[in-house]
Design a protein around this ligand. Structure first.
Ligand code: SF4
Length: 56
């Protein structure tokens, strides 16, 4: 499933599990209290979206 906006956001961190599953962690959770570390995907709207490339 596409993660929506996270796929084009510099705050996204793509995590590949040993079993091949992909998780999308949001680094904004490190600086914004209460912001989810793993937002429900697909993310269609986000006040913290910043265009850029996700990191792995
Ligand atoms: S800031 Fe929003 S769009 Fe960007 S990675 Fe986090 S949840 Fe996804």
């Amino acid at each position: 499933m596409s993660p929506g906006l996270c796929e084009q956001c510099e705050h996204a961190r793509r995590i590949q599990s040993a079993k091949g599953s992909t998780f999308w962690r949001c680094s904004k959770s490190d600086s914004v209290p209460g912001w989810p570390k793993y937002p429900p995907i697909p993310v269609r709207r986000c006040p913290h979206f910043t265009p850029g490339a996700p990191r792995s």
